[in-house]
Structure formats: C-alpha cells, structure tokens
Design a protein around this ligand. Structure first.
Ligand code: SAH
Length: 215
C-alpha cells in the first residue's frame, strides 16, 4: 500500500474512533507526517504509533495528537502556546487551526529541523523559541490555549498563570514510567477546573537547558 492510501486509512480510523471535529481531521490530512520523521521511518508515517526522532525524543501517536488538538477547542482567531515542539508535527497541525502558534523546544537541533519543515510547508504563523517551556512565554501572556506535549509531574505553575480566564490547557501529567493522564485545565473566574481525558505515555518535561554538546 502506498503512503497516500495508508494516510486515508489512518484518517478513517481516527474518524471512527475519537475524532469527530472535521477541522481537526482535515488539519491532520493536510500535514504530511513523513516529513517530520527520519528518512528510514518514512514508510511507517501513517501507522497509529509514536515513533523515535532525534535527541532520544518521539513524534506523538496520531490518535493522541488528534485527541489533544480536539480537546483544545481552538478558534481561528486564537493564539496558542505549545511546549515541546519535537518534530514540529503537532505544531504544524495547530498552525492550521489558529491565528498564531508560539512553540518552545529545549533542543536547538530539533528546533532547527522543525523550522525547516515549517518553511517547506509554507507555514508562516509559527513563532519558535529554544528554551525551557515549563516557564511559559511571559511576553505573550495571557494566552487563550496552551498545549504541552511532554509529561509533567504536576501542572507547571508558570503555565497555569499565563492562561487567560476562560482559557484551556491540555497537559499530560504523571510519572516518567508512563502512568500519565492527559488533563484539560480550564481557567475560571475563581480558579481552575480539571478533567481527565485519556491515559498516555509521553517523554518527560525536563526543566532547564540540555547538557552542553547534547543538542
Ligand atoms: N509534539 C511533538 C512531541 C515531541 S516529544 C511531536 O509530535 O513531535 C516532547 C518534546 O518536548 C521533546 O522534543 C522534548 O525535547 C521537549 N521538551 C521536554 N521538556 C521540555 C521543556 N521543559 N521545554 C521545552 N521542550 C521540552
């Protein structure tokens, strides 16, 4: 089966399972996942699994990307903060659903590869930063939506602070052994509402800079 046929099969699988939002499905359909993978894994691009990328990190599973994107309830005019750019795959999907994506990655090397892919795809509404995303992006706060694609032990307080009232944050929370839940946090007038969405297994959110030489 060629890649295009595998892609159509994957989209149908997503539609039949959890993803009912057609704008999310079409953003996934418009984003060639093979471009975000090492060459040797291109033929596996439309398997519904997480796959390894550089720097010991992973590109998320398409189903998880779909569920988290849908749970974010984005609107076209919104600005969205993403923590953990990785391959840039999730970033590219977000960029088709909102006004601007601010994305932070701790590995320079991953960010350089992701930026090249955004340029090749003509995605011009993405602003990037290399650094510790657990501190958020204070210059852009308050922000309507935050998506974290690495697992935190607890909801990072700086990110909760930077969420606007009525704003939504999607964040996997749990330990590094994979006992993690994706949470949807909604900021209300007097605090935060929490909902558990699905169990997942993400690489950990790591505070601080990578060791020198590892990026
Ligand atoms: N959505 C990405 C997932 C990448 S894995 C994709 O589909 O490709 C999670 C990423 O979060 C990794 O690249 C990791 O380096 C990054 N990360 C972990 N802790 C971070 C932090 N504190 N700040 C920024 N990025 C972080």
């Amino acid at each position: 089966m060629n890649l295009e046929a595998k892609k159509i099969r994957l989209i149908m699988e997503l539609r039949q399972s959890w993803i009912s939002d057609t704008s999310v499905l079409s953003a996934i359909e418009l984003t060639p996942r093979e471009m975000f993978l090492p060459e040797a894994l291109h033929d596996r691009a439309y398997e519904n699994v997480a796959l390894p990328i550089d720097c010991g990190q992973t590109i998320s599973q398409p189903l998880v990307v779909g569920v988290m994107t849908q749970a974010l309830r984005m609107e076209e005019r919104m600005r969205v903060l993403e923590v953990g750019t990785g391959s840039g795959y999730q970033t590219a999907i977000l960029s088709r659903l909102c006004r601007r994506v601010y994305t932070i990655e701790r590995y320079k090397r991953l960010m350089a590869q992701a930026e090249k892919r955004f340029a090749e795809l003509g995605l011009t509404n993405i602003t990037t930063r290399v650094g510790d995303g657990s501190k958020g992006w204070p210059e852009q706060a308050p922000i309507a939506r935050i998506l974290v694609t690495a697992a935190a032990a607890d909801v990072p307080p700086a990110l909760a602070d930077q969420l606007e009232e009525g704003g939504i944050m999607i964040v996997p929370v749990g330990d590094e052994y994979g006992n993690q839940q994706v949470l949807r946090i909604t900021r209300t007038a007097d605090g935060f509402d929490h909902e558990e969405l699905l169990p997942v297994r993400f690489v950990p959110l790591v505070e601080g800079e990578p060791d020198s030489g590892s990026d």
